[in-house]
Every structure is written in structure tokens, then in C-alpha cells.
Design a protein around this ligand. Structure first.
Ligand code: LIP
Length: 259
């Protein structure tokens, strides 16, 4: 199933890469203020869904752009959770930080995750219980012993309330770490934590397709993923902290007041 998801991600990448050379021809619409969708998101999602359903016609699908289909519920035996372009705002501006995210959920548990960065040709994969990989090489979180030695990433939704709260969280965390980066793709932020390229990540108000595959990458790379109060219903809540175990504990202490 992981191989099929990789095949689907690569097909989507072909659609996205072709469009990336001629962004003026991409059709952009606004779902809500500063929340964009393009014809390329839709075409990429279609390529993914076609590939998955060809191999597994009975599986349920939850796509960011096409919504739910098949027998989708919390207890579905096989449900694919798809974000065809995580970081659409980056994509439409030609800012090279976006990816394809595909996860398989089995009876409420994420068991396979694929994140493909078509700009860097980085393929992140994880299978529950079998580790996380970047281009077939095992990856692990970096797990520094203190937040004070860490590079953190964080993003926020585009509404005034989320921004005001984010600024307070930023003021809380920034003086206590090496710095905070905001690159506009939740899935890639999680993949970077898994690969030890950053040491922690936090964001509120995400959707399940932003974080399903990335959260499995982090846990399979030895990290912890949780809500702001440290609990584990982050896929439903959409508020997420991800880091190595020591930094995770310190981030929860600092960010629990924002839970
Ligand atoms: C985006 C995320 C980003 C977050 C945005 C949005 P999209 O996903 O990856 O980090 O801040 O709210 O959800 O819409 O580009 O797939």
C-alpha cells in the first residue's frame, strides 16, 4: 500500500511540476480569505485518487479538495487522507516549499504516510511500527536535550484571532530557542522535524489532511506528537506540537496556556 501511495504522489508531482513552470496559467480561487485552491490542486488530487482507487476500489477517501467518498467514518477499515498540495499559497507564488501528503488510516489509526516534496525530490515515507525514511534512508528526530538548543517552526491560520494568538505564542517560545521559522506547509514542517532538520513545530487550527502523514513520520522517527495540552487527539483537534521527547515536554509546558 505504501508503494501505491508513492506512485500516486509521483503522478501528482508530474502535474504540479509541469504547472510550476508556467504559474501565470494556473487558475486560482479563494475558498475563504487567504485560503486558496487552484486547478492544479484539483488535477493533482484526481491523479492521486485515480491511482489509489485503481489499486483499491473499496477504500474510502478524504481529499482536501474533493471531500469524503466511499465508506468513510472514524472506523473505516481503509481510508486515504490526501492533501494534493500542502502549501498552496507557496505554490501559487512560486515559493519553493510545498508538498503532496498522503496517509492511510485503518480503523482510526494512521498506518502509512507519504510526503513528497517535488521541488527537492525528497520522498518521506513511514509505516507504523517500521520507521520513517527520507529517500529510503532511515531518519530520526534530533532530540536535543533543551529547547534552548533548538530550531523551531510554526505557522498560523490567516485570520486576525489566530494571528493575535500566534504572536503571543511566538513571544513565549522565541526567546527560549535558537529561532522560529514559518515556511507555510504543515506537512513539510512535520517531515523536517522527523528528519532532524528542525527540532520542533507548533500550529493551531489545522485540518487532518495537513498532518495525518507528517504526524506518523514524526512518531516513527522517534518523536512525540500531541495537542497543546500534551494529549493525543490532535488529528481531530487540529492543534499540534511535534518534537523530540525532551523538547516536546518543554514546548507543552510553555504552550499549554494556549490549549
Ligand atoms: C496549509 C498548511 C499551512 C497552514 C494553512 C493551510 P494548504 O495547507 O499547510 O501550514 O498554516 O492554514 O492549512 O491549504 O496549503 O493545503
Amino acid at each position: 500500500m505504501l508503494n501505491t501511495a508513492v506512485k500516486a504522489a509521483r503522478r501528482a508531482a508530474t502535474v504540479i511540476n509541469r504547472a510550476s513552470f508556467d504559474l501565470d496559467r494556473v487558475t486560482v480561487s479563494e475558498k475563504e480569505h487567504n485560503n486558496f485552491v487552484t486547478d492544479i490542486d484539483k488535477a493533482a488530487e484526481q491523479a492521486i485518487v485515480e491511482t489509489l482507487l485503481k489499486a483499491y476500489p473499496d477504500h474510502a477517501i478524504l481529499g482536501e479538495e474533493s471531500g469524503p467518498s466511499g465508506n468513510l467514518n472514524d472506523d473505516s477499515e481503509f481510508a486515504w487522507i490526501i492533501d494534493p498540495i500542502d502549501g498552496t499559497t507557496n505554490f501559487i507564488h512560486g515559493y519553493p516549499n510545498y508538498c503532496i501528503s498522503i496517509a492511510l488510516q485503518q480503523k482510526g489509526v494512521i498506518t502509512q504516510g507519504v510526503i513528497y516534496d517535488p521541488v527537492r525530490n525528497d520522498l518521506f515515507t513511514a509505516t507504523k511500527g517500521a520507521g520513517a525514511y527520507l529517500n529510503d534512508k532511515r531518519i530520526r528526530v534530533r532530540n536535543p536535550d533543551r529547547l534552548a538548543k533548538s530550531l523551531i517552526s510554526a505557522n498560523h491560520a490567516s485570520n486576525p484571532r489566530a494571528l493575535a494568538e500566534f504572536l503571543k505564542m511566538y513571544e513565549t517560545v522565541h526567546p527560549r530557542c535558537h529561532g522560529i521559522r514559518a515556511s507555510g506547509s504543515a506537512a513539510l514542517e512535520l517531515a523536517n522535524v522527523a528528519a532532524g532538520r528542525s527540532d520542533g513545530y507548533f500550529e493551531k487550527g489545522l485540518k487532518v489532511w495537513d498532518i495525518a502523514a507528517g504526524s506518523l513520520l514524526v512518531t516513527e522517527a522517534g518523536g512525540i506528537v500531541g495537542e497543546f495540552n500534551g494529549e493525543s487527539a490532535y488529528l481531530h483537534k487540529g492543534d499540534i506540537i511535534a518534537a523530540g521527547p525532551k523538547v516536546f515536554a518543554q514546548m507543552v509546558t510553555l504552550l499549554a496556556p494556549f490549549a
